[in-house]
Design a binder for this molecule. Structure first.
Ligand code: GLO
Length: 557
């Protein structure tokens, strides 16, 4: 099996917001096919498609009711096969989203399962009796607010769901469930799919004795260590590897929710035969205030020292046996320049600076749709948001429990709400940003008049062309893939500087992630400029006065 994914750059598409070709306001597979030329021009090697399977769309496709069918809103199975084929002709691989921690409650398995206690599918999910007082089997919370258990009158038991109540968790203890998953994977791989992004894979093995979390004041339900890394997690993944993955030349990336560095090493050590790489979350918490009843909805100002420390720890830990993913954005995060940076005065400089520090690291970079043109968060009113997570949290934190005021909640949503990344792709300055001829399922970000692909392609200095160059560099200089990482100026609160080294080349990556001017000087080598964000960045890092968000990559051969 080749390690093509180590040198690759992956582009994530959120299909419902990418490009609509039939005017229903909902992106589709033909829209992806239409834009393959664009992706080819950007230079990416693979596309990860968020789920396009048949789904009631309670969680935008992360609630699947038939794993072998494309949802008609996205097109047909034939469209999917054509997409795979046309992408391959362009040299682009296709990675699908594998959502098997849970299904939709409309999946045939669940519809059967809930019919009676002795239904053959009962054991595909987790059903438990109420406590004697009728309450939930334990105090576990759902990631989408409230309890992780919902009572089903039909059979008088509760079923488990880590996410919305329409997303019941599958019981991986049941061998039949695992077989079903392996079969559906083979179905798509036999159609030519090149890999999998595995949704909340850290959750598939449950602590089946369902221990209670220790009560800490102010909350009824808790999310913590029992929600991930269950006792059989790695056993299950190794089995999946043996049964399916090892038989195909495919790429795998797990969403390692709840995982620390140790767990990530287990997932990605090639000797253990599990996954190629995992998405971790630590570096996305550099503006997060932990341990409050507001959960993920409590923020602090962005802390660059923390970001550097976390990224450095992960670079070191996975440098030998393992592999990192490199991302700042995806469909679950706000836009990085709006969260960690400046999306107004220095939008362009800031986008280039964050792109540079990320793409200079060791690992596989992921670019989320719109990131390559510097799309920004949306300042919507409550009524404009669509995300089940945001809407549930509003009811829980603002309406029911009064933990946050509406104002405070909206401020946080405008930073980290998932819809920030889900507004339609901004293709041009025309109606609905060129995304649809109909009415978009979610409001277009009004910034589209200035921030759009057509405009970016016209401007040789644009963020788009900067990403294109970063991607080219990764393809042409092996040191980006192989080089050792070393952090410099660990305690500097404004500069992110590091080196990479592998014979015969050295890299020096310098970024000022602040709005102040900062001094920098490094004469340790005969550095030459490879790429910079300002037109007149000095050709060597000598006596530099780095302007706001100025960034550069130097090398020495
Ligand atoms: C992150 C997923 C997210 C889904 C969730 C449920 O955790 O990427 O978008 O809502 O996993 O499937």
């Amino acid at each position: 099996m080749s390690d093509w994914w180590k040198k690759a750059v992956v582009y994530q598409i959120y299909p419902r917001s990418f490009k609509d070709t039939d005017g229903d306001g909902f992106g589709d597979l033909n829209g992806v096919i239409e834009k393959l030329d664009y992706l080819k021009f950007l230079g990416v090697d693979a596309v990860w498609l968020s789920p396009v399977y048949q789904s009631p769309q309670k969680d935008n496709g992360y609630d699947i009711s038939d794993y072998r069918r494309i949802d008609p809103r996205f097109g047909s199975n034939e469209d999917m096969y054509r997409l795979i084929d046309e992408a391959h002709q362009q040299g682009i691989r296709i990675v699908m989203d594998l959502v098997v921690n849970h299904t939709s409650n409309q999946h045939e398995w669940f519809r059967e399962s809930r019919k009676s206690r002795d239904n053959p599918y009962r054991d595909y999910y987790f059903w438990r009796d109420p406590k004697p007082d009728g309450s939930e089997p334990n105090n576990w919370g759902s990631h989408f607010s409230g309890s992780a258990w919902t009572f089903d009158k039909e059979t008088g038991q509760y079923y488990l769901h880590y996410f919305a109540k329409e997303q019941p968790d599958l019981n991986w203890e049941n061998e039949k469930v695992r077989r079903e998953v392996y079969d559906l994977m083979k179905f798509w791989m036999d159609k030519g799919v090149d890999g999998w992004r595995m949704d909340v894979i850290g959750g598939i093995s449950k602590y089946t004795d369902f221990p209670e979390y220790k009560e800490t004041g102010g909350q009824k339900y808790f999310i913590g260590k029992y929600h991930a890394n269950g006792p059989r997690l790695h056993e299950f993944i190794q089995e999946m590897n043996r049964e399916v993955l090892s038989k195909y030349d495919c790429m795998t990336v797990g969403e390692a929710n709840g995982s620390d560095i140790e767990a990530a090493r287990k997932y990605t050590d090639p000797g253990r035969h599990e996954l190629n790489m995992v998405f971790s979350f630590d570096h996305m918490n550099a503006d997060h205030r932990p341990g409050t009843p507001a959960g993920k909805w409590a923020l602090k100002p962005f802390d660059l020292l923390e970001l550097k420390r976390v990224l450095t720890d992960w670079q070191r830990a996975l440098s030998e046996n393992g592999w990192n993913t490199l991302y700042f954005e995806n469909h679950d995060q706000g836009r990085v320049i709006s969260r960690y940076g400046n999306d107004t005065t220095y939008r362009v400089e800031c986008a280039k600076a964050f792109a540079t520090v990320l793409h200079g690291l060791k690992g596989t970079p992921y670019v989320y749709q719109g990131e390559e043109i510097g799309m920004i968060n949306c300042d919507y009113d409550l009524a404009d948001y669509r995300d089940v997570e945001t809407l549930n949290a509003y009811h829980d934190l603002v309406m029911n429990n009064r933990i946050l005021s509406e104002r405070a909640f909206l401020d946080v949503v405008r930073k980290i709400g998932r819809d920030n990344a889900r507004t339609p792709m901004q293709w041009d300055g025309g109606p609905n940003s060129g995304f649809t001829a109909g009415t978009p399922w979610i409001k277009v970000n009004p910034s589209y008049k200035e921030i759009n692909v057509a405009q970016a392609l016209k401007d040789s200095d644009s963020i788009f062309y900067y990403y294109k160059k970063l991607i080219q560099l990764r393809h042409t200089h092996d040191v980006f893939t192989d080089g050792d990482y070393q952090l410099l100026l660990a305690d500097d609160p404004s500069l992110f500087v590091y080196t990479r080294h592998s014979e015969p080349e050295d890299l020096l990556i310098v970024a000022n992630l602040s709005e102040r001017e900062e001094k920098f000087d490094d004469r340790s080598k005969e550095w030459q400029l490879l790429l910079a964000s300002y037109p007149d960045t000095p050709s060597a890092p000598v006596d530099m006065s780095l302007r706001p968000y100025e960034t550069a990559i130097y090398h020495c051969v």
